[in-house]
Design a protein around this ligand. Structure first.
Ligand SMILES: [Zn+2]
Length: 271
């Protein structure tokens, strides 16, 4: 993603639990209108969540929340929101992510394409899937995505992203989860770690991508607002020629989706 800094090695990040991997840019904007919009949306999301939970009791299906990261650049997401409940730290609501340096494909499009394939496979296997967005024009912030997933009745949330770095040699897949010390999401560490490990193991086996490991990060709005196990999957580097080129291919995208689905199923069957 555009706002990402390179993670030069897994060990570096593990040593610095607060290192910012996603750096969401701050914007000097009047946020009063945004806050009004947010509260309206939150109410709607809560309503939908209640309806969804009632429906679940009847169907007994496992619900999975998928969040394809970002949205198109035509959507104004420059307003601010708290990066964690009560933190007082304001971050940009969202942005459009990075772009394939070689493919030219925007990250928001790749994230959506993979998420839709994952959704289709999970539905085929009998799961119910709730999506934060199914097009590039949905104006939903990182905080709103987390609240939406919390209220959906989902067992967990997988946030699908692709990485970017100033170093074209950076490569591999990784997952971000809350640390055990996270003030609002620390209780989700164990399950998030298992989910992230399962997804990375299956995804990297399918794609052949390097497994950079599970890394803790307590700066991400979508993690900090989560009340259900949550992972941010960074599928690969769009700034690396090999990975960007592969991730742009239709057949390889199917392989990527296969790997994610296998990881999700592994978690669901072993949890
Ligand atoms: Zn991203």
């Amino acid at each position: 993603m555009r706002e990402l800094k390179a993670v030069e090695s897994s060990s570096e990040l593990m040593e610095s639990k607060t290192q910012v991997v996603h750096q969401e840019k701050l914007a000097d904007q009047d946020t009063s209108k945004t806050q009004l919009d947010n509260s309206k949306k939150s109410n709607n999301i809560e309503q939908r969540g209640k309806q969804k939970k009632q429906k679940v009791l009847g169907t007994q299906k496992t619900i999975i929340a998928l969040d394809p990261g970002h949205q198109g650049p035509g959507i104004d997401m420059s307003g601010m929101e708290e990066n964690a409940p009560g933190s007082g730290i304001m971050k940009q609501r969202n942005n459009s992510g990075t772009t394939g340096r070689y493919s030219g494909i925007p990250e928001y499009q790749l994230n959506l394409d993979i998420a839709l394939q994952v959704k289709a496979q999970l539905v085929q296997r009998g799961y119910e899937v709730v999506m934060s967005r199914e097009n590039n024009d949905t104006a939903v912030s990182n905080r709103e995505r987390a609240i939406q997933a919390n209220e959906s009745g989902a067992l967990f949330c997988v946030r699908i992203h692709a990485n970017g770095s100033e170093d074209p040699e950076s490569y591999g897949a990784l997952c971000l989860i809350p640390s055990q010390e996270n003030p609002t999401a620390g209780n989700l560490y164990d399950k998030s770690f298992k989910l992230a490990s399962d997804i990375l193991e299956c995804y990297c086996e399918e794609t052949g991508f390097e497994n950079r490991g599970v890394q803790v990060n307590d700066t991400m709005t979508g993690i900090n607002w989560s009340q259900i196990p949550v992972v941010i999957l960074e599928m690969g580097f769009m700034t690396n020629e090999r990975e960007d080129t592969l991730m742009a291919e239709d057949t390889f995208q199917k392989t990527m989706a296969d790997g994610i689905v296998q990881g999700i199923e592994k978690y669901c069957t072993e949890k």
